[in-house]
Design a binder for this molecule. Structure first.
Ligand SMILES: Cc1cn([C@H]2C[C@H](O)[C@@H](COP(=O)(O)OP(=O)(O)OP(=O)(O)O)O2)c(=O)[nH]c1=O
Length: 202
């Protein structure tokens, strides 16, 4: 397997990638995440995932590296939600998501000497009705701060969710099945890393 780099500062993406058995290094990148005028959310998330992967490849010392970039955005009735900047914005997002079904859009991109491959994954998540007191208490836990839509399904935010259709790992930040697909497309199937060393060359 070629050297794998995760171009992300997200601890969730790190945990998810480790889950499928890959060895990798982490190299966060700093890109402009401004949405372009009139840009559709699905184009926006895929563009950012590609830009993160490509910026990571530029930073990597090894030209043989495979670099992963990803982006997650919550979309509810054409409202695009990134990470809340403060308590008021977080509460506003959660009030809007309350009792509704929203879409979590996550794109993953893999950049290497072959170019850049990407996948866009859409997952529907339904929230039950939320109360003002729990919205306030949830902010105080610190969990909403660094998460798109102001919640984390893998944490306390799980108690808000009463339905999910699609990819759980994509909601948390990295769609694992699609990530493995990109590695296979790049000629580096993930399952080969699971083999004991003696069988790796087979
Ligand atoms: C909806 C949802 C999002 N999130 C997180 C995943 C992402 O880390 C974050 C969305 O922000 P992103 O801008 O996609 O990613 P990031 O800034 O955290 O990391 P980087 O750009 O360096 O890769 O929201 C959860 O952890 N749980 C959830 O349920």
């Amino acid at each position: 397997m070629r050297p794998v780099v995760l171009a992300s500062a997200s601890p969730r993406r790190r945990e998810l990638l480790a889950q499928i058995g890959l060895s990798f290094s982490v190299c966060p990148v700093d890109i402009d995440e401004t949405c372009l005028p009139g840009e559709r959310p699905e184009h926006y998330v895929e563009r950012l995932a590609r830009e993160k992967a490509e910026a990571g490849l530029e930073q990597a010392n090894d030209a043989a590296s495979l670099v992963i970039g990803s982006d997650t955005t919550v979309v509810c009735e054409d409202r695009i939600m990134g990470k809340p900047v403060d308590a008021a914005e977080a509460a506003d997002m959660l009030r809007f998501l309350s009792g509704r079904t929203h879409r979590v859009m996550t794109a993953v991109a893999l950049a290497g000497d072959f170019g850049c491959y990407a996948r866009l994954v859409m997952t529907e998540v339904r929230f039950r009705e939320l109360g003002e007191d729990e919205i306030h208490a949830y902010w105080l836990t610190g969990e909403p701060r660094d998460k798109a839509g102001g919640y984390g399904i893998q944490g306390r935010g799980a108690v808000f969710v009463n339905g999910l259709w699609g990819s759980y790992s994509a909601v948390v930040g990295l769609p694992l099945q699609e990530t493995a697909e990109l590695f296979a497309e790049a000629g580096q199937p993930v399952w080969k890393t699971w083999l004991p060393s003696a069988e790796k060359s087979v």
